[in-house]
Write a protein that binds this ligand. Structure first.
Ligand code: SF4
Length: 73
């Protein structure tokens, strides 16, 4: 599984970091996907996610107001 964060679209609302602090933290006016690597203008984290991380990543994806978090199976 991988998580993609479209950094340019992020408005820094903090929802993802509140719902899923295991994977997201705030860094200035943007969220940061912890441990992610740059892929073009996106940040991508690809690894084996724990069940807990998968669940909270889905929460973050579903609640991001600008839909800039994407989970790819
Ligand atoms: S929920 Fe979306 S817009 Fe808000 S900080 Fe996270 S990635 Fe950015």
């Amino acid at each position: 599984m991988k998580v993609v964060h479209e950094v340019e679209k992020c408005i820094g609302c903090g929802t993802c970091a509140a719902l899923c602090p295991a994977l997201f933290e705030m860094e200035g006016a943007k969220a940061k996907l912890k441990g992610a690597a740059a892929e073009g203008s996106n940040m991508v984290l690809e690894k084996e996610f724990t069940a807990e991380e998968q669940e909270c990543a889905k929460q973050a994806e579903g609640n991001c107001p600008v839909n800039c978090i994407h989970i790819k199976e």
